[in-house]
Design a protein around this ligand. Sequence first.
Ligand SMILES: [Zn+2]
Length: 208
Amino acid sequence: MADSNALEGLTQALRKLPGVGAKSAARMAFHLLQHDKPGALQIARAMEHAVNSVKHCTLCNTLTEQELCTTCANPQRDRSKLCVVETPADQAALERTLAYKGLYFVLMGKLSPLDGIGPNDIGLQKLFDRVVPKDARGEALPPESREVQEVILATNFTAEGEATAHVIAQALKSRGVQVTRLARGVPVGSELEYVDLGTIAHALVDRR
Ligand SMILES: [Zn+2]
């Protein structure tokens, strides 16, 4: 075993990356220190810069360096429609179809009780506040006065994605919101990111 606290510290830090266990972390640490010290410094600087400058869009919750992301800031988008997706990658998949002109809300995750991920971890309250804003007296705006007129649930067709869609649909319907779900053209158990564009476009058009 190598004799270095710094090396041990770097290995422990690398283990924070998803999918990286003790062996891989040690291999990465050896590689960086032995063959690519400039690369190691580049990673360190990029991480610090990203951590300090990237935040959540105040409207859609995706990651951005501005108050509003470019999609939310685009005046051409239809602000009466709000499509709920799990990740920025899913949003990108819908954008590639060119079939949707509304706005998005990016959960940055999905409900997953077994992993300890509950409503507060995926910004559900932020979504509800966005769709059903309150007036100056703190009362919910009536449906006809709200900017968002339809919420399209485009969470993945996995067990957790379906459960997340169900919870959101129940909460929003009870507040008088029109809620639709991507149609069933998308294969069960699939993640949008990996579904072909035509299928997603059809699922959007056939939503109910
Ligand atoms: Zn945004």
